[in-house]
Design a protein around this ligand. Structure first.
Ligand SMILES: Nc1ncnc2c1ncn2[C@@H]1O[C@H](COP(=O)(O)OP(=O)(O)OP(=O)(O)O)[C@@H](O)[C@H]1O
Ligand SMILES: Nc1ccn([C@H]2C[C@H](O)[C@@H](COP(=O)(O)O)O2)c(=O)n1
Length: 249
């Protein structure tokens, strides 16, 4: 496959930078009009505007799910380095809000996080929507969301019409491996109030009872791309990379 990128200036898209990837088949002859038209050289030489093919101007979203410590954050930062995505972690946004001076939700968030429970969706969804708007970007990895039925219902109410959900990237990892990784992360000085055995037991329980059914729901709709998250991070990423490339990113 041969790829070209067309970048639409922010001003044209109401403040949202839209980067579209146009994939053409190899079958085009090397000097076909389409190829020439797409080439930066040709465009510059003839002072042409980039090609704009608008399939949708809505932001694109990939949900990233998996157990605590499965490696979602690690893989998201690799995806950001390789592709044009912006990473939004629901957990990070909640921790930020918890620490924000004057936040009315600080105590509630800390209680939910320490006890491995899922914060009510109105809080999380608003943090996500604000972060999306403030970024000015249009390709998002939404990490750790939706984590239960309340998250999914709230998203469907507030956001589903405003974005194009592409697929769910699911990092599949054994419970023991997940727990070990989180405990190591805690011992390495993560400073997270939930990287301890007591919180982890509750987080795993919440994952099994509340998050897995959501993944199954997406699976039933054919929207899940499952990745084995147990090998080392680079090996996991080669699978991830293949997935994004084959999805046209
Ligand atoms: N493939 C891997 N092999 C070994 N260790 C890994 C791998 N991926 C991530 N880790 C390590 O495991 C820990 C958890 O990884 P990470 O924070 O990416 O997981 P997460 O799924 O985002 O966790 P959480 O849901 O708890 O935020 C980190 O210390 C990370 O360095
Ligand atoms: N959708 C979400 C995501 C996260 N949380 C809370 C509860 C989690 O245990 C904690 C840490 O999330 P992580 O960094 O592991 O993704 O944050 C939530 O309530 N709702």
């Amino acid at each position: 496959m041969w790829r070209a990128f067309a970048r639409l200036p922010r001003a044209l898209e109401g403040g949202t930078e839209v980067v579209q990837q146009i994939t053409l088949t190899q079958h085009l002859p090397p000097h076909s009009n389409v190829r020439n038209f797409c080439s930066t050289y040709y465009r510059k030489k003839h002072n042409l505007q980039p090609i704009i093919m608008t399939s949708s101007s809505k932001p694109k979203v990939v949900f990233v799910l998996g157990g605590p410590g499965a490696g979602k954050g690690t893989q998201c930062s690799k995806i950001v380095d390789r592709f044009l995505f912006t990473h939004l972690s629901a957990g990070d946004l909640l921790r930020e809000e918890r620490s924000r001076e004057g936040s009315e939700f600080g105590t509630l968030i800390e209680d939910y996080i320490r006890n491995g429970k899922i914060v009510p969706v109105d809080v999380t969804c608003s943090l996500l929507e604000n972060a999306m708007k403030n970024s000015g970007k249009s390709l998002f990895l939404i990490d750790g969301f939706p984590r239960n039925q309340d998250n999914l219902d709230g998203w469907n109410r507030q956001m589903s019409e405003k974005v194009d959900m592409q697929f769910v990237l699911f990092f599949d990892c054994d419970e023991e491996v997940c727990v070990k990784r989180c405990l190591n992360r805690g011992q390495g000085g993560s400073g997270r109030s939930d990287d301890n055995l007591e919180s982890l037991k509750k987080r795993i329980q919440t994952y099994n009872n509340d998050s897995l059914p959501i993944i199954k729901h997406f699976e039933g709709a054919g929207q899940v791309k499952k990745i084995d998250a147990s090998p080392d991070a680079d090996k996991v990423f080669s699978e991830v990379e293949r997935t994004f490339l084959s999805s046209g990113f």
